[in-house]
Design a protein around this ligand. Structure first.
Ligand code: FAD
Ligand code: UDP
Length: 383
């Protein structure tokens, strides 16, 4: 009998497993139905010995000192700032849209932020209220840039028109008036020095943690393996889809090794107007590895396959809220992570959520084996 069964060895499950084992000294069984740890952040070497991310490019960026400090217990970092170009009207231009993008696309020589702001203001359309992923872009830069950069990409990625998606989706990508061509502007931008899987391995290397891979929660459900559960899989699946299926968007990843040193000038090139795939990423930019060959991945969005993205739109949120009420009422089960809380979270947000959940557990769940007296003492000294 374990104290905790943790379902899913991604960021949510692994961060919590380590905290429960290390801080509370409790016995944890961590299972994942896949054959590896790391969840969607898993990386490995391909046939040419190039480090690749099996489930698409994972760039670490955060403003949260606590999250960085926590992960730094398990990895050193390599500084890396991600850059993205888009193939638009046959030209390679920076994404997010910035001053360089506008100058290159329209053959202009804008030099100040005010000039670029005026360029956007001329084209912006009044939209009130700003609700959808179309509204948020059109109200900032107008219909033409919206069509060039966002409409096609979003339709491919989500199988929906931007007008059918919550504004938060395209709002992830800002519009800039300066010439900053970084994809992210967070305070901390870096990659785990030996890769994600090595970081997860160190996190889970603990005498109180037992990892069982290739094990589905479904096989353990009826067996009393632990007193409490941390569940990080899809929330609707936990409840047997009792209220209907929550939509998740999937991707097919096409990895390819190329017999040349470089394939493209930056880590990722987006294709908002052409191709069936959304983007191509080249690992060596992202990992810093040196190699005579190079390896790339193309992402083909799909309705079928592993769940990768919750789909942010009002009706899905409403259905999730009903599942959330069931989750809140489930005794001794904690739902954490991108799939279990149906939130379009980045890695750092999932780590932050897992650490916050651990704080809640500390505040409300007596430690296994602790007598009432020691529990009261521990709580008092924690204050
Ligand atoms: P997951 O990593 O999905 O882990 C959940 C685990 O639970 C999985 O391993 C799954 O196999 C397992 N599981 C589910 N159900 C069961 C079950 N019934 N039984 C056993 N095991 C089960 N974030 C960033 O910060 N930067 C990026 O650049 C970035 N790029 C991304 C690119 C892509 C293509 C994708 C899809 C995501 C990207 N993300 C990025 C987001 C990042 O992947 C997630 O925030 C993070 O991995 C979520 O961690 P998690 O533990 O919640 O979920
Ligand atoms: N997006 C777009 N064109 C781009 C890049 C992004 O339309 O060139 C939209 C698209 O809807 C995408 C969303 O913005 O799903 C968020 O982009 P991000 O790069 O954050 O997606 P992720 O890396 O999470 O797949």
């Amino acid at each position: 009998m374990f104290d905790w069964l943790v379902v899913g060895a991604g960021f949510a499950g692994s961060v919590l497993a380590e905290r429960l084992a290390e801080v509370r000294g409790e016995k944890v069984l961590l299972v994942d139905r896949r054959g590896h740890i790391g969840g969607n952040a898993y990386d490995c070497h391909d046939a040419a010995g190039l480090l690749i991310h099996r489930y698409g490019p994972h760039i670490f960026h955060t403003n949260a000192q606590r999250v960085l400090d926590h992960l730094s217990r398990f990895t050193a970092w390599r500084p890396y700032e991600h850059r993205v170009l888009g193939v638009v009207d046959g030209r390679l231009v920076p994404i997010p849209i910035n001053r360089t993008t506008i100058n290159r696309l329209y053959g202009l020589g804008l030099t100040t932020e005010e000039q670029v702001e005026a360029f956007f203001a001329d084209r912006a359309e009044a939209v009130e209220p700003v609700l959808s992923s179309r509204d948020v872009v059109v109200s900032r830069v107008g219909q033409e840039l919206y069509e060039k950069f966002f409409e096609g990409y979003t339709r491919k990625q989500w199988g929906l028109d931007p007008s059918e998606l919550d504004r938060s989706v395209t709002a992830r990508v800002p519009v800039r008036t300066n010439d900053d061509d970084r994809y992210f502007t967070d305070r901390f931008q870096c990659m785990p020095a030996d890769g994600y899987t090595a970081m997860f391995r160190r996190m889970l290397d603990h005498p109180n943690i037992t990892v069982e891979l290739g094990t589905d929660f479904a096989a353990l459900r009826e067996r009393p393996v632990a007193r409490r559960i941390v569940y990080t899989g899809p929330v609707d699946e936990y409840f047997g889809h009792a209220l209907g299926r929550l939509p998740y968007r999937s991707l097919r990843f096409e990895h390819e090794i190329l017999d040349r040193e470089w394939a493209q000038p930056v880590g990722t090139v987006n294709y908002p107007q052409t191709e069936a795939y959304t983007r191509i990423s080249e690992w060596k930019h992202i990992t810093g590895q040196q190699h005579a060959k190079t390896s790339i991945v193309r992402e083909y969005p799909s309705a079928e396959g592993d769940p990768y993205y919750p789909v942010p739109r009002p009706e899905n949120q409403a259905l999730y809220k009903r599942y959330e009420a069931m989750a809140d009422a489930a005794p001794d089960v904690w739902f954490v992570g991108r799939l279990a809380t149906y939130r379009y979270y980045n890695m750092d947000q999932v780590v932050g959520q897992a650490l916050a959940t651990f704080d809640q557990i500390q505040a409300s769940v007596p430690r296994a084996g602790a007598s009432f007296v020691t529990q009261v003492r521990a709580t008092a000294s924690a204050r």
